[in-house]
Every structure is written in C-alpha cells, then in structure tokens.
Design a protein around this ligand. Structure first.
Ligand code: NAD
Length: 484
C-alpha cells in the first residue's frame, strides 16, 4: 500500500476480484518533485494471462446480465467516483502532474459522467426492425468478450473510463493496462468497482511496462477487442500483435493539430484559444500546436499572444492558482528539450520560452512559441507533446487549408473566423476527426471521436462505441407462424 496525500493506494494488480502481487516492482515517480511515491507491481506475461482468464471466466454471466442491471452498476461506479472525487483528484495530480484545479472541476466529474452516459445510452440502444419480403430483420448489439484496454499517462482515469464504461455497458469484460508513469487512479478505480458490487473478474487491472504486460495482453488470443490510446510507434506494435489473431482494434493516437486564425475572426478569442493550447503543460493529444495566422493580423496577434502568455503562472499543480504544471517525467522532459534545441539549430526563433524554467527547476518547462520554422521542419511536423507551439502565416484561404492539412496527422483542427460561409467551406476541406469553430475542446460523448491519417483508426463515442465493443448481429425471421 502506498500513501499519496492521505489516500491509501494498492500497489498490486486487480485480477478476478483480488489484489495480486508480482515478484518485481517498478518505481512510480511524482512529476512534482521527482520523488518515488509508490512501488507498483511489475506485471508480465503471467499476470496478463491470469487477468484475461479471469475476465473470460466472468464474461458469460456478465454478458447475460440484464441491461438494466448493468446500467445500475455503472451508475453505482459513478456514485463511487463522485464520493471519492477529491481523493482521485489529488492522487492523479501527484501521479501525473496535471492541475488539481482541472481534476476537481472538470476531469473527475467527467470520469463519473463517462459511466452515467454509457449506462443511459445502453438503455436506449436499438434499431427499428425492418422487413424484407415479409421477413423481419432484427439488429442486436451482442457482447463481444474480453477487451484489452491500453491507456496513456496524460489524462489517465478520464481516458481509461472513456473505454471501460462503454465496454462494461456493452456486456464485455475488461483488462486495463494503465500507463506505467501514472498507474495509481486505475488502482483506486478497482476499489470503487468492488464497492459498487461489480462481479469479480468483470474489471481487471494489470500494472506494468508496455513492452511486458501490455505486449502480452494484446497478443492474447482470448482477447476479442483492443482499444488503445497512445503514440503512433506503440500503435504499430499493437497492430502487429492484433493482426496475428485478427483482433479488432480501435486506435486513438497523436496529433499536430492546426489552429487557424482568419483576419475576419475575433482576435481576442483567437489569442485566448491559442494560449489554451498550453493546458496540461501541452500534454494534450488534441492541442492545436500549429498556429496558422492570416498575414494581415499576424503582428497584432503575436503581440497580444506574448502579453497574454506572460500572465500564465507556472508552478506546483496542487496550488489552485497554477496554470501550468510540470512535464510528466524526466525522459519526456528531455525529449521535449531535444525538439526545442533542434528547432533553434534549424533556424527557428523562440519568441517566448525556449527551455526549462530554471527558476523552478525540476520538470518545469517554459511555454514556448517558435516563429520562422520551415514548413517541412521537424518542429512543425512532429508531435512534441509539450508546451511548444509554432506560428506560421498564410495569405489566402487556399493556403490556410493546404498548411492545415500538411502533416501526417488528422486528429483535430480549430478555426477562428467571423464568416459562417468560410467556416462551412473550410471545415468541409479539413482532414480531422474533430473541427472546432470559434471554440475549443467542447466534447459531447454522443459525438464520434477519433483521428484521420496517423491520428487513429476507428471512432468511439455514442453508437460508435457500441459498434466497436459489440458483435453487431442481424437476425432474419421468416414470415408466418412457428408451426409451419
Ligand atoms: P505510449 O504509446 O508510449 O504508451 C501508451 C500505452 O501503451 C502505455 O500504457 C504503455 O505502457 C503501453 N505500451 C507501450 N508499448 C506497448 C506495447 N508494445 N504493447 C502494448 N502496450 C504498450 O504513449 P504515451 O507516451 O503514454 O502517451 C502519449 C501519446 O498518446 C501521444 O502521442 C498522444 O497524442 C497520445 N494520446 C492520444 C489521445 C487520443 O485520444 N487520440 C489521447 C491522449 C494521448
């Protein structure tokens, strides 16, 4: 057991309704001060296999459990999340360095909402029957089996429950492998599911490194679905493992999204949205890290952006006044710094930031904005996943669209414009899973979520989640009575 804040967190796996240890452990380090806060069980092939067996054993009964009862249990889990909201928030902040303010006000309430939303959606899930020459067609969403869910560290519990909730609602059983840099709230969620009365084995957690526990899990032939959120290189490994068993995959990956500012748009709004891209110290997949600004307003935009960014308060994420916390881990910090140094060497200019925050030390990196980077340079095309933005200018709408669509990614795009016609036109031409017009990060669980190009494969959200987590079946009933 680790004590984080004053919260007790189990350091073991959660398999078949029991805490399970491993012969080895790994250190879980807080990004706030780089101190070891827990020694987590280091799972491997044995623990992954044991968890899949526990989930497979629990599957038939859970799949037969009525929709109403499944929905009731999901709401009970949401109640548990709400009851422990402050504990979850402080543990998540200590573990991954994201703002306590955000966890309390936005993230943890959304975790509870993930369960409530899919519970309610399940009760309405259906398709009207239809006839073919007097035969009745009936479509059903059947539970598929064991789901392996693999999640990243930047929004651990929110992203995990975005998969866990629809999978459990669908009647599937789950093995979650959380990221090794932020494993703690998954362990608390296991306690919450047990307290809610979820049957043993329906939800399992295997802790460990991706290359060990994660790789074993996705290669298991008893796994019927793999849902992964993380980086493109890992997605390639997982896709290869899934190919061996033809396991259906959902991949939510990285991005290098554009934020396009037209001269006819509200410049104050544009500046606010641009500064928002530093949220979570830039560790947000959807972040619009490429600022594309129409030439006529670029100087004014830049001046206002620099003034506004200077007001951001960087520091301890537990302080509710802090705007920007630390990066997740020393390895990731060094990776970000490498991108920044190479951008400088390649001729880009850091208008703000450009290095670590030496006043704070540790893992605090200054919010950075580059101008003058070449269109084909690394800093403009690769995902940094840190507080690093680039600014490019364009002259025409055509050029804006071309620049916006110029990377290998297609996760999201944000437009600022005062013209509804332009908004329609440009939105239609952008390659992106989500487009925001004069807003950012408005998310509705009914909407499809995913990425184009290398930002992902498949969509989750609303019916799209059930299409993925279920075996969708069409049954055709012949006309007439049953006795010939
Ligand atoms: P990552 O790919 O390094 O790790 C993600 C998860 O995969 C971790 O749990 C890790 O242990 C596991 N893993 C690693 N190797 C594995 C293997 N061989 N087999 C099975 N599992 C393995 O990603 P990360 O650094 O944790 O997260 C950052 C990335 O996630 C960024 O690219 C970011 O854009 C992306 N992301 C995408 C979304 C989205 O919704 N599209 C959301 C958040 C983050």
């Amino acid at each position: 057991m680790a004590t984080v804040g004053d919260v007790q967190v189990h350091e073991g796996h959660w398999i078949g309704g029991e805490r399970v240890a491993s012969p080895a452990t790994f250190d879980d380090v807080s990004p706030i001060d780089e101190r070891v806060i827990a020694r987590i069980a280091r799972g491997g092939a044995d623990e992954a296999a044991r968890a899949v067996r526990a989930a497979a054993k629990a599957f038939p009964a859970w799949a037969r459990t009525s929709r109403e009862e499944r929905a009731r249990l999901l709401h009970a889990i949401a109640d548990g999340v709400e009851k422990r909201l402050e504990q979850l928030a402080i543990v998540e902040t200590t573990d991954n360095g994201a703002l306590l303010r955000s966890h309390l006000r936005g993230v943890m309430p959304r975790v509870a909402h993930n369960f409530r939303f899919f519970a309610d959606w399940l009760l309405d899930l259906g398709h009207d029957d239809f006839e073919t020459r007097g035969h009745r067609n009936h479509v059903s969403w059947d539970p598929a089996g064991v789901c392996a869910l693999i999640t990243p560290w930047n929004a651990p519990l929110m992203l995990a429950t975005w998969k866990i909730a629809p999978a459990l609602a669908a009647g599937d059983t789950v093995v979650l492998k959380p990221a090794e840099w932020s494993p703690l709230t998954a362990s608390l969620l296991a306690d919450i599911t047990a307290e809610a009365g979820l049957p043993d084995g329906v939800f399992n957690v295997v802790q460990g490194y991706g290359e060990e526990a994660g790789a074993a899990l996705v290669a298991d032939p008893e796994v019927r679905r793999i849902s992964f959120t993380g980086s493109v290189p890992t997605a390639r490994h997982i896709s290869r493992a899934a190919a061996a068993n033809l396991t259906p995959l959902s991949l939510e990956l990285g991005g290098k999204s554009p934020l396009v500012v037209f001269a006819d748009g509200d410049l104050d709004l544009a500046v606010n949205l641009a500064v928002e891209q530093y949220d979570n110290a830039g560790q947000v997949c959807l972040a619009g890290t490429r600022l594309l600004v129409e030439e006529g307003v670029a100087a004014e935009f830049t001046e206002r952006f620099v003034t506004r960014a200077a007001t951001l308060r960087q520091g301890d994420p537990r302080d509710l006044a802090t705007d920007l916390g630390p990066q997740i881990h020393r390895e990731h910090f060094d990776r970000i710094d490498g991108f920044v140094r190479r951008a400088g060497e390649a001729g880009a200019t850091a208008l703000i930031g450009g290095g670590p925050n030496t006043d704070l030390g540790g893992l605090y990196y200054r919010p950075t904005l580059f101008t003058g980077a070449a269109a084909d340079s690394e800093i403009v095309n690769e995902e940094v996943f840190g507080p690093v933005l680039t600014l490019q200018t364009f002259r025409t709408e055509e050029e804006a669209v071309r620049l916006a669509n110029s990377t290998k990614f297609g996760l999201a795009a944000t437009l600022v414009t005062g013209s509804p016609e332009r908004a329609e036109r440009v939105t239609g031409r952008l390659v992106a899973g989500t487009v925001w017009v004069n807003c950012f990060f408005v998310r509705d669980l009914r909407a499809p979520f995913g990425g184009a190009r290398q930002s992902g494969v498949g969509r989750e959200g609303g019916n799209w989640s059930f299409d993925f987590y279920c075996d969708v079946k069409n049954a055709v009933f012949a006309p007439g009575g049953w006795n010939g």
